[in-house]
Design a protein around this ligand. Structure first.
Ligand code: HEM
Ligand SMILES: *[C@@H]1O[C@H](CO)[C@@H](O)[C@H](O)[C@H]1NC(C)=O
Ligand SMILES: *[C@@H]1O[C@H](CO)[C@@H](O)[C@H](O)[C@H]1NC(C)=O
Ligand SMILES: *[C@@H]1O[C@H](CO)[C@@H](O)[C@H](O)[C@H]1NC(C)=O
Ligand SMILES: *[C@@H]1O[C@H](CO)[C@@H](O)[C@H](O)[C@H]1NC(C)=O
Length: 487
């Protein structure tokens, strides 16, 4: 018995060494396995992916393969070559890695799921005419929430952290817009969901990396349970309306997805639709509050549009389509704070052709990862003083949108990529932009809002969130606000 066990252990060890002893062939990108067996660079990667990948870029150039927790990930950091990955949705698959994360974060598996139908549904409800309708429901919800926040006490200042202020308003308004069934107690309901969601959100990156300690695992489990039940309580039983959520649920039912998985899918959708908008609005308002020149430019733009509108009371949102200054401010904000990985699973070995003619073999079973945050977004060759917020970075001197950016003398197609690109580009982009614009308009026209400490600076982004969409701050900025006297 003893000898058999020993022999078995030996075999496992040898097998392990063989498997982990991958070496680089001539046509493959530089390989950096790190010194820890199996784990490779996982710890450094998880702690601060941006710092780690910048270090690897200096060492190996703009394409290299690293070992991360048993996986080999080929990282590409040349924006001119991104299309080689984004345009190939046949060998480079978006869905599989998404399914891995779905399982880890949401305990959700949808094996025979027709994602094409799901995508078509989203495009139908978040674009075109439906979008106009969503925008106006969103506007109503935002106003109602702001009203109930401030109504009891119109005269006195209220104090809050800016991050919580933005996230809570946008999350709850978005939740009511997309998930709000006909219920009497909207306000408390959406607050309870927000409160639980923030706990969930704070554990999200660790869940995605399988790095929860036992205590965190327990909390994550119970928060998830809590959210599932809150969400399923708000679900309509029968399909009664032609909304995105009801159609999505019907789609799951048609695919014979059971009720348990249905409610888990609700949490996935809640995260996908609400997880980035609030944090993005926080950075935008924060940058405006500490850059008076930028704030004045935006105010001036909004004021001149409001003047053209007939009613001073109503928010003429449809009049606010042409806003190059706001657009530039938002693009600049997201350039600095949107840091998603764009990850694809390699289904068949292939040769990747870079823009400058270099060719690399990529192995089946590995992952490809683009990290536009390092380049183009923070690349000093493309954006001068990339760490600085310049509200007019995306404007020409005559005030029109700037579209010409260069690297090494070549004009770039991708000079900032907060929404991804190609076939899997963000479906909710327009809705997200409108929501942020509405919040800003409301803050500017309805509230007096200021920093408690005028000398505040922007907090740093939490480095463990690189790779998961819009960053979140470490710490917050204290603000006070009150309803401005209306006519
Ligand atoms: C500031 C807010 C947001 C940012 C920065 C953002 C960013 C992104 C990015 C980078 C991707 C591409 C992922 C990839 O290619 O691997 C993506 C995909 C997606 N986003 Fe967003 N997003 C935001 C808000 C929203 C909202 C409000 C919705 C829904 C209403 C939404 C729905 C989606 C969906 C469904 C996809 C997947 C598209 C597909 O399957 O092809 N997003 N988003
Ligand atoms: C749906 O998933 C399949 C395989 O899982 C993939 O080939 C296809 O491209 C996906 N479709 C969309 C629209 O993402
Ligand atoms: C998914 O649905 C679309 C139509 O919505 C259909 O064309 C396609 O064949 C379906 N795919 C699978 C794998 O069932
Ligand atoms: C900002 O970015 C969006 C999407 O990337 C683009 O459509 C828009 O034209 C940009 N606006 C400006 C002023 O750069
Ligand atoms: C504004 O300037 C840009 C380049 O600086 C130019 O391409 C564009 O045509 C100008 N637009 C107008 C309306 O003058």
């Amino acid at each position: 018995m003893f000898w058999t066990t020993l022999l078995l252990l030996h075999c496992v060890l040898v097998l392990f060494l063989i498997l982990s002893n991958r070496s680089r062939s001539k046509k493959e990108p530089p390989l950096d396995k790190g010194i820890i067996p199996w784990l490779g660079h996982a710890l450094e990667f998880g702690r601060d992916a941006s710092k780690f990948l910048t270090r690897m870029k200096l060492k190996h150039g703009d394409i290299f393969t690293v070992r991360v927790a048993g996986h080999y990930v080929t990282v590409l950091l040349d924006p001119d070559s991104y299309d080689a990955v984004l345009q190939d949705s046949v060998t480079l698959d978006f869905t599989r890695y998404a399914q891995v994360l779905m399982q880890r974060i949401f305990s959700l598996s949808l094996p025979n799921h027709n994602n094409s139908t799901e995508k078509a549904l989203m495009m139908r409800h978040f674009q075109g005419d439906s979008l106009t309708c969503l925008n106006s429901v969103m506007e109503g919800n935002l106003q109602a929430l702001l009203q109930s926040e401030t109504i009891q006490d119109q005269k006195n200042w209220k104090q809050d952290g800016l991050f919580n202020f933005c996230y809570s308003l946008l999350f709850r308004a978005g939740y009511l817009t997309l998930f709000g069934a006909e219920q009497s107690n909207h306000y408390t309901d959406s607050s309870a969901v927000y409160k639980e969601f923030r706990k969930f959100d704070s554990l999200l990156t660790k869940m995605a990396r399988n790095m929860l300690n036992p205590e965190e695992k327990r909390i994550a489990g119970s928060v998830r349970q809590q959210l599932w039940s809150l969400l399923s309580a708000a679900l309509p039983g029968e399909k009664t309306e032609d909304t995105w959520l009801q159609n999505y649920l019907q789609h799951l039912k048609d695919e014979a997805v059971d009720e348990e998985m249905q409610k888990r899918a609700m949490l996935l959708q809640l995260w996908a639709t609400q997880g980035n908008v609030g944090p993005a609005a926080f950075w935008l308002l924060g940058f405006l509050l500490i850059n008076p020149e930028a704030m004045n430019a935006v105010k001036k733009e909004f004021d001149s549009l409001l003047l053209q509108a007939d009613s001073p009371q109503g928010l003429p949102f449809d009049k606010l389509q042409n806003t190059p200054v706001f657009d530039s401010v938002l693009n600049e904000t997201l350039r600095l704070t949107a840091a998603p990985f764009i990850t694809r699973e390699v289904l068949h070995s292939k040769t990747l052709c870079m823009a400058d003619g270099r060719e690399y073999d990529i192995r089946k079973g590995d992952r490809m990862c683009l990290f536009p945050y390092i380049s183009p977004q923070m690349d000093p060759e493309i954006h001068e003083e990339p760490e600085k917020f310049k509200y007019d970075r995306f404007l020409n001197s005559n005030g029109s949108e700037k579209r010409e950016f260069y690297k090494g003398g070549r004009r770039l197609k991708y000079y900032t990529m907060p929404w991804g690109a190609g076939k899997n580009k963000c479906v909710g982009q327009q809705f997200a932009i409108s929501s942020i614009k509405q919040l800003l308009l409301m803050v500017l026209t309805r509230l007096d809002l200021e920093l408690c400490d005028p000398a505040s600076t922007m907090p740093k982004g939490n480095p463990s969130r690189y790779g998961f969409g819009v960053l979140q701050p470490e710490g917050d900025m204290e603000i006070r606000y009150k309803l401005r006297c209306t006519l």
